[in-house]
Design a protein around this ligand. Structure first.
Ligand code: CUA
Length: 321
């Protein structure tokens, strides 16, 4: 799904404050290490060519130098200075990112890693969603950074959206923190960056950065309760009578499980199975019928519903905008 070049997740195209600082530091580090590489490479090339074996070599060793004070001083002090410069520059960026003051206008988000999807909660807004994080854009007049609490429901995961911020792990029984302050609207792709089991590769993340108005509209849509169209009441009954409710929350129904993603506004999301496939009624039907076809090892079982019930269920779920 990343065919569009603007979606390529690269640390060299930052669009957010912490990613920008990390990008500057990476260029600085690359320049220094690139310089060391160039100097060492040229010296080796010079020595290999200038002192190569020639036809008239007498076979004797060249004069050896032992215990040269200036040479030893040079190869001790120069690396020490380089390491100190790199360490101090890195410490400065880490300090800036970790101790960044939290403005009042910041948005609070909780991200909980699961095998293999992301639970996303906005505690102050009462919104719960999955795999697709929506945040407002920040500008100098109205700053709107997003401050995140990172938790895990099972094993270690890692939250990484390269163009927005560095990676931070989600560790069981621990709360980690990170923040981002995107300066451009659009979609940014990321993924779990810590091996967490079979479907680690399909634990994809999407971050939508909106204008303040669009973000408010999204918030209001997510806060609205699904109306429950009478035409799809049969499908709703299917949902409430099968094992769906054990794992999924769906506001306005008896479903309140938290093992799988919240489905209250399922159709407002662009993907299914944490980016495994595009969200559409056809794909949703195929997914419910046999999730492991799209994501082998996925923890959601095949529901084995009769075709009529499956159709009714999908017709109901498709109304959950
Ligand atoms: Cu979650 Cu890798």
């Amino acid at each position: 799904m990343a065919a569009d070049p603007t979606l390529v997740p690269s640390i060299f195209k930052p669009e957010s404050t912490p990613a920008d600082a990390i990008h500057q530091l990476s260029l600085f580090t690359l320049a220094i290490t690139g310089g060391i590489f160039a100097v060492v490479f040229c010296l080796i090339a010079y020595a290999a060519i200038r002192f190569r074996r020639r036809a008239n070599d007498d076979g004797k060793e060249p004069p050896q130098v032992y215990g040269s004070g200036p040479v030893e001083m040079a190869w001790t002090v120069v690396p020490l200075v380089i390491v100190a410069v790199l360490a101090l520059a890195t410490a400065r960026v880490i300090q800036e990112v970790q101790n960044a003051p939290r403005p009042k206008s910041a948005l609070d988000v909780q991200v909980i890693g699961h095998q293999w999807w992301w639970e996303i909660r906005y505690p102050k807004l009462g919104i719960v969603t999955a795999n697709e994080l929506h945040v407002p854009v920040s500008n100098s007049r109205k700053r709107a950074p997003t401050f995140m609490e990172l938790l895990s429901a099972d094993v270690a995961h890692s939250f990484w959206v390269p163009r927005l911020a560095g990676k931070t792990d989600l560790i069981p029984n621990r709360v980690n923190h990170m923040w981002m302050e995107p300066t451009r609207t659009g979609l940014f792709l990321g993924q779990c960056a810590e091996y967490c089991g079979t479907e680690h590769a399909k634990m994809l993340l999407r971050v939508y950065v909106h204008t303040p108005d669009d973000f408010e509209r999204w918030v209001n849509e997510q806060k609205a309760i699904a109306t429950g169209d009478p035409k799809v009441a049969a499908g709703r009954l299917v949902f409430e009578r099968t094992a769906c409710i054990n794992c999924h929350t769906l506001n306005g129904t008896v479903g309140n499980g938290r093992f799988g993603p919240d489905l209250t506004h399922l159709m407002s999301r662009e993907t299914l199975g944490s980016g495994a496939l595009k969200n559409s009624p056809e794909n949703l039907r195929a997914w419910i019928n046999s999730p492991s076809e799209f994501k082998p090892g996925v923890l959601m079982p095949a529901m084995n519903l009769p075709a009529t019930e499956l159709d009714q269920l999908v017709a109901y779920l498709a109304t959950l905008k």
